[in-house]
Design a protein. Structure first.
Length: 446
């Protein structure tokens, strides 16, 4: 019978192609160029024979009525997506070798479709359904023992292993604008200043009032652009529907840190001017004889004394987390017995206060490490102005930028400027002390 001869030849070609693949698998290597050419030729010849088989018909070739029905012959060995294949008693394909990274189902739909195909005569058994299946015990790990009925659970989102740090924007003086430039008007005169700006005088009855003049300064600020550009394949976006939400969360947390870093350390060149580079910053020196890489109570008390009057109730401490042990051991000298500064009345059995001098401590990686200038900052961020483009972070998705690569491109843009409102520290009425809303410790490295 012609059909049987064609089938036997088809199988012989398959065995020959499979033997070539087996040799490559045994050596744990891909096919060589010459082997690939030979396999491709065998595949082409087998496809021609397969077409002839459809033409002559045969057992099982037409099961749905007149005309060709479903194909009962397995795909040609060596031509499937998983390399070479073998066939079980039902005519189903079994793949003993699974490509790297192909070990799990992408979603529940793919799992159920694989089970359906594996149960059909002449279908293909997905290798993921039989990986490492036990043969003598009925467990969920074996599909044939009932494991097919228990699909795996899949995470619906991507979890970050490092939590984002808190944003400092909520402490700042935020001004929303619709354009990309902003004119800032400042009154820099202290209430006790006696020479410039609006003045007040004591006057007696029937005497002429003394005039004074408003003294304001203005500066033009241009918003800077913070961006993130993330190309993503169409396939990845389709197979991981949570990727869109993940990207938006991830970029937001990264933007928060970049803004924190700019508020504290920005140099004003293409980014906001930070506290540590501000001309209004007061750097408090360490104590004479103080050990390197330490913070002591005298440092804290002197920083507090330099904080601008009126800023006490609005100020916060900004600090790198690695100085926490210094706080835990900090004491106020009081004769023979030292008084702990940071620990609560319950001692270490209670949660330590996240405050110092009754003001909250905000831990941030934007501060410097212990001993460096900027490891501890006392700041009234209401005196730090952030100019933010109305609408906040702008998010766009485009298929056109990398159209020929079949990529979607996520673009995130935030227009922002930041600047300390104080151009310089103010001098006290005694002409000696200076004050600022921004005070830090100078370097105390060895």
């Amino acid at each position: 019978m012609k059909y049987k001869k064609l089938k036997d030849k088809y199988i012989a070609l398959g065995k020959k192609a499979q033997s070539i693949q087996d040799l490559a698998d045994l050596a744990n290597r891909p096919l060589t160029d010459s082997e690939q050419v030979e396999v491709n030729g065998l595949i082409a010849e087998a496809e021609e024979i397969e077409n002839q088989m459809w033409g002559v018909g045969g057992p099982g070739m037409d099961i749905t009525g007149p005309g060709p029905g479903r194909k009962t012959q397995p795909d040609f060995p060596g031509s499937g997506p998983y390399g070479h294949v073998s066939v079980d008693s039902m005519g189903r394909q079994i793949s003993p070798s699974i490509p790297p990274g192909y070990a799990q189902f992408k979603n529940d739909g793919e799992f159920f479709q694989s089970v359906k195909n594996s149960c059909a005569r002449g279908g293909s058994i997905d290798p993921r359904l039989i990986m490492g299946a036990p043969t003598t015990v009925s467990t969920e790990g074996a599909g044939a023992d009932g494991g097919f009925l228990v699909p795996p659970q899949w995470s619906t989102e991507v979890f970050s292993t490092v939590a984002a740090e808190g944003a400092l924007l909520s402490y700042c003086n935020v001004v929303p604008v619709t354009g990309n430039t902003y004119v800032q008007v400042l009154d820099t005169g202290a209430p006790w200043e006696a020479t410039n700006g609006v003045q007040a005088y004591w006057k007696g009855e029937n005497t002429q009032l003394t005039q004074s003049k408003v003294d304001l300064k203005d500066t033009t600020k241009r918003l800077h652009k913070l961006t993130a550009l993330v190309p993503v394949t169409e396939e990845l976006l389709e197979d991981a529907p949570s990727l869109d939400a993940y990207l938006r969360r991830k970029v937001t947390s990264i933007f928060d840190f970049k803004i924190n870093l700019a508020i504290i350390q920005g140099d004003g060149a293409g980014k906001p001017m930070g506290i540590l580079n501000s001309s209004a910053l007061i750097s408090e020196a360490g104590e004479t004889g103080q050990e390197a890489d330490t913070i002591i109570f005298q440092n804290v008390s002197k920083m507090w004394s330099r904080l601008a009057p009126g800023s006490e109730g609005r100020s916060i401490w900004l600090s790198h987390k690695d100085i926490l042990p210094q706080f835990m051991s900090m004491t106020i000298p009081a004769g023979i017995t030292a008084i702990p500064v940071y620990l609560p009345a319950g001692g270490v059995s209670s949660q330590p206060y996240a405050s110092l001098m009754s003001r909250p401590i905000v831990w941030t990686q934007a501060c410097e490490s212990l001993g460096d200038k900027g490891d501890l900052i006392l700041a009234d961020l209401s005196q730090y102005q952030v100019i933010l483009k109305t609408g906040g972070m702008k998010t766009d998705v485009s298929m056109h930028l990398f159209f020929d690569w079949d990529l979607l491109c996520f673009r995130f843009i935030l227009r922002i400027e930041g600047v300390p409102l104080w151009p310089a520290p103010v001098t006290g009425r005694n002409g000696v002390s200076t004050y600022s809303p921004f005070v830090c410790l100078s370097e105390r490295a060895g």
